[in-house]
Design a protein around this ligand. Structure first.
Ligand SMILES: Nc1ncnc2c1ncn2[C@@H]1O[C@H](COP(=O)(O)OP(=O)(O)OP(=O)(O)O)[C@@H](O)[C@H]1O
Length: 748
């Protein structure tokens, strides 16, 4: 049924294109006289060309949505407006038009006159999938409000996050539509819908502030790649682009953070003190020789030995530092001063008047000497020793690879801490290195040499295009039509009338086909229009600094749960994490209903939460399933990997997605023993995810594994929607000893 409509739309699109192409042709070939008409024609031609380009650009995904309103109206939403000439109603509504608004912002809580929203997926011109959301909870075609919510919550999980638009609840809706341009922090326990809400807020903002955000891009930060995959499906299904999903480790272009490192090193690298350490590391690279005359740097130039003594070098270094510029940007100042000092020395040597008069060299000769010094490889080597051009990678590799450099740059750290930072060069980068690279890039500034080389390259490429364009225009002029009637002052518009060589050359620049999100991903300095951070409680101080640089407007939605902080460097309070950047200019919203776990599972998690901090309140679960969690104590000589096979098989038989969560030291071995359909994950990997059934293996091991082990256990227990099991050797951690479980034995 939708196929027929979509086919009609494409027929209209083809007709529109043919019409525009004909008009463009006609305009270009019109014969007329006078300057005025020529300008008018040029304007009209440009206008037609642009409309045609727009019509050509919407071939893919022309129509992606349909709204059915309660008053019987139907609206199709797409990438372009299309209208039949005689008809009142448009065939297709441009997604930016006010009439398309409900497609983006209507929810079950505020349906905006829509009872059904339909998402159309197309491949080429073929409709391949339809997905409906019935928003009007009173509509006879769907279950009623409460029932709809419960049906959604009981549904088997797919491993992809689903839209919740149809069943959004009032407290969630307030967050999605919060009319707040600054920073909004959404605090909520596990399963309160923080992620779902954050994504819908992204869609809402992308629609209501589209002018800005489509250009500037919304950046969504999640804890790990699996999580991003899990939520990645929601945004396209909401019809949005202009979004970049990334982990912290992906924020430095050109670096992929796949190096594993001990938690202690990662924690250390996230501390605010690292800002001072890096600044000191940069200063340490601005070197001067010792006082002793023999320690001076020697440069042999034209057979003469020139000497850069400590006072000369220190003077140049002080002047370069005093510029207040970044290290790389200040380097040319130092180069000038050093070259100048060398030139004077050399002039004194070769131009000295033997009779004690003025130096015999004139200014011009000294200028030539300077040029030659600048080009000398010996001089360059000396300058590289005094003030090397540095990339962030070089700075960090050299710092972490040298005990002496660490001692100089980080005297405030203990020897053990410095030891934790030390590593041999090579081996790639870790996630915690990425904010450090970013910090270093800020301190160092752009590498001037690299920038100049890039600009020179661009200039050469432009000159080549210009020469080519001149050739094209000369050819076009030579072959223009000259068989006009005698005496006719006609003007045939031709290429050389409309464009000059410069413009033609510019047009031949390789066009940038990348989306705004792709361009943002390649650009470290990109300023995002809005920032969404999920699991925000886990970010280190340095990670926050990096994110704040990418969002100077502080237009941010930060969602998280302080009770789930697992990273040792993560947040204990929102104020302490955000205060340094925002003061108290942020707003807190709370979500308090648990939509994920059953009442029975939530009670187990609540015991752990109380042990963490009795003041923390667990979110209220909305449904009881009657299925009690179970626990199984293994024989003392059992091994988890083998012992899990039976309980896992039982859970698989009950259906749905099954996951085993275990300490990181055990996951590899367990994974080998189980079928590949079972997700065997560490708690860190499972952050933000959910499964129908979760087995927590070795809870005591999870607690012991990290300084925030009890928080990790809380995260593990709150991943399940329907069924929860705990498998253990020896004693359970105290909060799991309550009578909330069915007790299984290894023979069950
Ligand atoms: N209003 C709702 N209607 C239907 N399902 C909902 C609703 N709100 C949340 N959910 C579902 O509840 C589950 C938990 O939501 P979500 O993952 O967003 O929670 P969270 O607060 O981010 O949890 P965590 O802190 O564990 O990461 C998801 O399956 C989500 O689709």
């Amino acid at each position: 049924m939708e196929q027929a409509y979509v086919t009609t739309l494409y027929t209209h699109l083809d007709r529109l294109r043919a019409h525009l192409a004909a008009r463009l042709d006609q305009t270009l070939s019109q014969v007329s006289t006078g300057h005025q008409t020529l300008t008018e024609r040029e304007t009209a031609a440009a206008e037609y060309a642009e409309q045609l380009a727009r019509a050509n650009a919407v071939e893919y995904g022309l129509c992606f949505g349909r709204l059915d309103l309660t008053d019987g109206q139907v609206r199709y939403i797409g990438r372009l407006g299309l209208r039949e000439e005689s008809a009142d109603e448009p065939l297709l509504i441009d997604w930016r038009a006010p009439a398309a608004r409900p497609f983006y912002v209507a929810t079950g809580f505020a349906p905006e006159g829509v009872w059904r929203r339909r998402h159309l997926s197309t491949e080429g011109r073929r409709v391949v999938d339809l997905r409906d959301e019935v928003l009007d909870l009173t509509d006879p075609r769907r279950p009623t409000g409460e029932a709809a919510l419960l049906a959604a919550l009981n549904a088997t999980r797919t491993g992809r996050m689903s839209d919740i638009v149809a069943t959004v609840q009032a407290e969630q809706d307030q967050v999605i539509r919060a009319d707040h341009h600054g920073t909004l922090v959404v605090q909520g326990g596990p399963g309160t819908g923080k992620t779902a809400v954050a994504l819908h807020r992204a869609a809402y903002l992308l629609y209501t502030r589209r002018e800005l955000l489509a250009k500037r891009v919304v950046l969504i930060i999640g804890p790990n790649a699996a999580f991003l995959h899990y939520i990645g499906q929601v945004l396209p299904s909401l019809g949005e682009t202009g979004v970049r999903l990334a982990t912290i480790g992906e924020l430095y272009p050109g670096v992929s953070a796949d190096r594993a490192e001990p938690a202690a090193a990662a924690e250390l690298k996230g501390r605010p003190v690292m800002v001072d350490v890096l600044a000191a590391a940069v200063r340490d690279r601005q070197w001067v020789p010792g006082w002793a005359p023999e320690e001076a740097l020697e440069v042999v130039f034209e057979g003469e030995v020139l000497r850069l003594t400590r006072p000369v070098c220190a003077g140049a270094r002080g002047a370069a530092r005093d510029t207040g510029l970044t290290h790389n940007q200040a380097r040319p100042f130092l180069v000038e001063l050093i070259v100048d000092a060398l030139a004077r020395q050399y002039a004194d040597l070769i131009g000295a008047d033997p009779f004690g008069g003025e130096n015999l060299l004139d200014e011009e000769s000294i200028a030539t000497i300077r040029e030659e010094l600048r080009a000398s490889s010996q001089v360059r080597q000396a300058i590289d020793r005094l003030w090397p051009a540095l990339t962030p990678q070089r700075l960090l590799t050299d710092l972490f690879g040298s005990v002496e450099r660490l001692v100089t740059a980080a005297p405030q750290l203990t020897a053990a801490e410095r030891q934790a930072l030390w590593r041999a060069p090579g081996g790639g980068w870790s996630t915690a290195d990425v904010p450090l690279l970013d910090e270093a890039a800020e301190l160092l500034g752009p590498d001037e040499q690299a920038r100049q080389a890039h600009e020179a390259h661009q200039e050469r490429a432009y000159r080549r295009r210009l020469t080519y364009a001149r050739g094209v225009l000369d050819l076009a002029y030579g072959s223009r039509s000259v068989d006009l009637e005698d005496g006719e002052e006609a003007e045939l518009l031709s290429a050389f009338d409309l464009v000059d060589a410069e413009r033609l050359a510019e047009r031949h620049e390789t066009p940038d086909h990348r989306t705004a999100a792709e361009r943002a991903a390649a650009d470290r300095g990109w300023v995002y229009g809005h920032l969404i951070v999920d699991e925000a409680q886990d970010l280190s101080a340095l990670a926050w600094r990096m994110l704040m640089r990418r969002c100077p407007s502080r237009s941010m939605t930060l969602v998280g749960d302080l009770a789930q902080t697992g990273e040792p460097g993560g947040a204990d309070s929102w104020q302490s994490a955000l205060g340094p950047y925002l003061g108290d200019r942020w707003r807190l919203a709370k979500l308090e209903v648990n939509y994920r776990s059953s009442t029975e599972i939530a009670a187990v998690a609540a015991d752990v939460l109380a042990a963490l901090d009795p003041r923390l309140e667990a979110p209220r679960p909305v449904r009881a399933t009657g299925v009690r969690p179970w626990r199984l104590r293994l024989a003392d000589d059992a091994r988890y990997a083998q012992a899990l096979a039976t309980p896992v098989a039982r859970e698989v038989a009950d259906g749905g997605l099954v996951a085993v969560l275990a300490p990181s030291t055990a996951t590899d071995e367990i994974r080998k023993e189980l079928s590949s359909e079972i997700s065997v994950l560490t708690v860190r990997q499972a952050k933000g995810l959910e499964f129908d059934s979760v087995i927590v293996a070795d809870p005591a091991g999870i607690v012991a594994e990290s300084p925030r082990g009890l928080n990790d256990l809380y995260v593990a227990l709150t991943r399940a929607t329907q069924r929860l099991g705990v498998v253990h050797l020896g004693e359970l951690p105290a909060p799991l000893r309550a009578e909330r479980f069915d007790q299984l034995s290894p023979d069950d």
